[in-house]
Design a protein. Structure first.
Length: 230
């Protein structure tokens, strides 16, 4: 696997070292705008990967940055994310988030999102794997993925070096700008190759007195996956 290389010649800071996204044979690419600190995204990505395997489908996830700390003007609220995790575990995901530690929720996700961008600069397979690994470290193992040592360890699994902060931020802002142009409404927002889009398709989220109420949306997931085999 080739390593990603930094370059000032691209708006996102990277020069491709492998095939461009969308040209991995004839494999469909589902784009997802999301933050790595978003618990709903962690569930949604895990669920789609599981459904992909169970249904024998072949597609890749290109998880782009939707940096909530820039969108909202402040880092993720640890108590709010903890409530979301609790609602997910009690409602739809009892087997996920087992090692989540609210204290480990990073106060910035830009370095982690930059590492994911470095993975996609190699190819779609690497980028997807890095995106999933980052979320597993945060939500399943309770590790601070803004910690440089943690990022070095994750990157080493994929022969990647975390990019410098300025390059990471350039990549994140490039995705954020792209998402704004495509009317992204939040994390996670999915786009299928035919141009259709849907926000958080796997979950119905409503407000409750003690936190969010969450239900699984089987029909919406079926509709999303059906668009990949038409």
């Amino acid at each position: 696997m080739a390593a990603a290389r930094w370059s000032a010649g691209r708006a996102d800071g990277f020069r491709q070292a492998g095939p461009e996204i969308g040209t991995v044979g004839r494999v469909p690419i589902v784009e997802v705008f999301a933050d790595v600190s978003c618990a709903f995204t962690h569930f949604g990505l895990h669920h789609l990967v599981s459904e992909r395997a169970a249904r024998g489908l072949d597609f890749r996830l290109h998880v782009r940055a939707w940096p909530l700390e820039l969108v909202n003007g402040h880092p993720a609220d640890r108590e709010a994310v903890a409530r979301q995790v609790g609602a997910l575990r009690s409602g739809v995901a009892p087997d996920l988030f087992s090692g989540f530690d609210p204290a480990a929720l990073p106060q910035t996700t830009i370095p982690a999102l930059g590492l994911a961008a470095a993975g996609y600069a190699v190819d779609a397979v690497c980028g997807e794997a890095v995106s999933l690994a980052l979320r597993d470290e945060l939500f399943e193992r309770g590790r601070d993925i803004a910690d440089g040592r943690v990022l070095l360890e994750i990157g080493a699994r994929f022969r990647l070096v975390p990019p410098p902060l300025d390059i990471a931020e350039a990549a994140v802002r490039a995705d954020w700008c792209l998402g704004q142009g495509r009317s992204v409404v939040g994390s996670p927002h999915f786009f299928t190759p035919d141009g259709d889009s849907v926000f958080c398709p796997s979950l119905e989220i409503t407000k409750g007195e003690n936190g969010p109420r969450i239900e699984y949306r089987a029909e919406a997931v079926d509709a999303l996956l059906a668009r990949l085999v038409e």
